[in-house]
Structure formats: structure tokens, C-alpha cells
Design a protein around this ligand. Structure first.
Ligand code: KG4
Ligand code: ZN
Length: 351
């Protein structure tokens, strides 16, 4: 089975060719739009959609080239169908539909969150069900992954996502975009104990997340340190270390509760999404899993952040179950993995 996967839901234009036979990843190209968005300190949806349109054709041709195949070797075309910035999702979905129509191939619309959720199975043998900490720029959830298309949400964020907390925190500290890697780098030179920050939700019942208070606390600390001027490099590093420690502590605490809630139902703890690329978080999750008698698995960092291989892989998992989509599939700006989950209550709820 050979599938072309297309990802255009945010600021990465990505195309991959993935097989169910080794080596699974035949090509995995990710074109970052960082340069286009950097002047604005965040992703500008209209710029993102236009950039996808400019680059996607060429990227797909390159991915096929690298895989050494033509369109005729493909069994299906999969594209992110949501959730995400709708202009970009439309570009990817329309491209995938056009290829499917012309080449008479099945089209598969992938929930971007399912792409992250199943990404761990691309390179590791992880059996269902497993407990998943899904941490990205737009989402922060704990889920039991029962199977393809079958998710039970244990918790979600009531305001910002974990990646958003890194990105907004980085902006407050004058660090680069995207914030996660910039905070992680700066934190290496910093002392997390120097400016302690609150650890949101720690000690509370349940598995929900909240990060907006942390952002406010960081802004106040940073303003206090800068005293009307700019932060010294050491203060910036200390604050970055403290931010990373606070976010990790909160994620850990919520995940520990989820492990208890999931009970003996799962044998593996999985982390996925861009924030799962963070080394401190990964190390702490390893310890948590060990204490709980669970295995811990996360995709390698390059497969945690957005990519086409995870979309192609989710396509393979779906095609194997005969799950394809009609060509009138409508892109979805919102697309919960567990539609039956009780709505989270809070300001700016995203899930
Ligand atoms: O999964 P992803 O690439 O895109 C979304 O689906 O949102 O996640 C992007 C997020 C950004 O907020 C970015 O700052 C964060 O993941 N991120 C990290 C790291 N690498 C990316 N956060 C912490 N540490 C990292 N090393
Ligand atoms: Zn993502």
C-alpha cells in the first residue's frame, strides 16, 4: 500500500509518500513558512493559504520523485481535512481531490488530530488502546485511543493550548517564533528556580488544562525584571527555563491523573504533537510511565511537529479499514476527535 499524504492546516506545507511495507517513509518533505510569518510573530492565515497554493504542486512532485514513483503507483491520496486554518485546509483538500479524480484513486480526509494521534504507530508497534497526551499549537488533550476513529477524551484545555503557551510566552520574552524550540534553547542557559512561576491546575482533580494565567504571571515577572527596559540575556534564560518547567509540571500532573482514570485499560503512554518534541517533557513522561508501570513511546521529534508522513500514515490505517471519503467532503475548521465528550467550560474554549 502506497499513499500520498498532504498537510496544509497551519504554516507548514507538507507532502509525503508512505508505504505499509518497510521502509515505510519513502519521502517526507516539510516546507516551513517561517520566513513569511516571522515579521508578524505568529501565523497569518491568508498568507499561509497563499503560500500553500504557491508551493504544494512542486512539493508533491518532489515527494513522488524522492520516493521514485509516479501517481500511478499510489493506492490513495490523503489530505488533512481539518481542524485548522480553513484557507490552508481548502488548498490541500482541493489538491488531493483533484489528484484522486484524475487518477481514479480513493480520497481520504484526515482529521489532523488523528494524524498526530496515530503518528506513533508509523515507526513503533504500539497496540490499541493507549493513553495519549496530544500537545500541539492548537490543541492540548488527554485521550484514550481505542482504535482508528475511536477516541475517549479525558481532558482538554479550557483556554490556551500547551504550544500556544510556549509561543505566547516566547513572544513576551522577546524570543523567536515558533516559541517552543526557542524557549527550549534559551532554557538551557537558565535556572528554573530563579523566578518561580505558578504551575497551572497542579493538584486539582481531573485532566483539564489551563495556561492563560501562566502567561499573565510571566508577563508580570518579565515586566518586573526589565524595569521598563529590556530583559538581560540571563533573566530571559531564567524566565524561559521557568516557563518550560511550569508547562511541563502542569502537563505531567494532568497526565498522572489521566493514568489513574484510564486505570488498567492501557499499557502504553504516548505523547504526540509539536510540544512532544520537547526534551524535558519527554524525559519527565518517561519517568511518569515507569512509575505507573506503563511503556512510554513518542514519535521522534521531526514526526511530532506537523508533517505529511503522519497524514499519509493515518490514510493507510483508514484505507486498511475501508474508510475513504467522498469527493464532496467539506473541509472542517473544527473537528473533535471525541464528539461525545462533554464540552469544556471556560473562556476561549477550543475543543
Ligand atoms: O503539532 P504542531 O507542529 O502544529 C499544530 O498542530 O499546532 O505544533 C506546533 C507547536 C508550536 O506551538 C510550537 O511552539 C510547539 O509545537 N513546539 C514545541 C517544540 N517544538 C515545537 N514546544 C516545546 N518544545 C519544543 N521543542
Ligand atoms: Zn499539528
Amino acid at each position: 500500500m502506497l499513499i500520498l499524504g498532504i498537510e496544509t492546516s497551519c504554516d507548514e506545507t507538507a507532502a509525503a509518500v508512505v508505504s505499509d511495507a518497510a521502509p515505510r517513509i519513502r519521502a517526507n518533505l516539510v516546507l516551513s513558512q517561517l520566513a513569511e510569518h516571522r515579521p508578524f510573530g505568529g501565523v497569518v492565515p491568508e498568507i499561509a493559504a497563499r503560500a500553500h497554493l504557491d508551493h504544494l504542486d512542486r512539493l508533491i512532485a518532489q515527494a513522488l520523485d524522492e520516493a521514485g514513483v509516479g501517481f500511478d503507483a499510489l493506492d490513495a491520496v490523503a489530505a488533512t481535512g481539518g481542524p485548522g486554518l480553513i484557507g490552508g485546509v481548502m488548498v490541500g483538500v482541493t489538491e488531493a481531490k483533484a489528484i484522486a479524480l484524475v487518477r481514479r484513486l480513493p480520497f481520504i480526509a484526515i482529521n489532523h488530530l488523528e494524524g498526530h494521534a496515530l503518528s506513533v504507530r508509523l515507526e513503533s508497534e504500539v497496540a490499541f488502546p493507549y493513553l495519549l497526551l496530544l500537545v500541539s499549537g492548537g490543541h492540548c488533550q488527554l485521550l484514550v485511543v481505542e482504535g482508528v476513529g475511536r477516541y475517549r477524551r479525558l481532558g482538554t484545555t479550557i483556554d490556551d493550548a500547551a504550544g500556544e503557551a510556549f509561543d505566547k510566552g516566547a513572544k513576551l520574552l522577546g524570543l523567536d517564533y515558533p516559541g517552543g524550540p526557542a524557549v527550549e534553547r534559551a532554557a538551557q542557559e537558565g535556572d528554573a528556580a530563579h523566578f518561580p512561576l505558578p504551575r497551572p491546575m497542579v493538584g486539582r482533580k481531573g485532566c483539564d488544562f489551563s495556561f492563560s494565567g501562566l502567561k499573565t504571571a510571566l508577563a508580570q515577572r518579565a515586566a518586573h525584571c526589565a524595569k521598563g527596559g529590556t530583559l538581560t540575556p540571563q533573566d530571559r534564560a531564567d524566565l524561559a527555563a521557568s516557563l518550560q518547567a511550569a508547562i511541563s509540571a502542569s502537563l505531567l500532573d494532568r497526565t498522572r491523573n489521566a493514568v489513574s482514570l484510564a486505570g488498567g485499560a492501557v499499557r502504553t503512554l504516548v505523547a504526540a504533537g509539536g510540544v512532544a518534541a520537547n526534551t524535558m517533557l519527554r524525559n519527565r513522561l518517561v519517568s511518569l510511565a515507569r512509575e505507573a508501570g506503563l511503556a512510554f513511546v513518542a514519535p521522534r521529534p521531526a514526526l511530532c511537529t506537523d508533517n505529511g508522513a503522519m497524514i499519509a500514515w493515518a490514510g493507510i490505517e483508514r484505507l486498511k479499514l475501508g474508510l475513504t471519503d467522498p469527493l464532496d467532503f467539506a473541509p472542517r475548521p473544527r473537528w473533535p476527535l471525541d464528539p461525545d465528550a462533554a464540552p469544556a467550560i471556560g473562556a476561549g474554549v477550543k475543543a
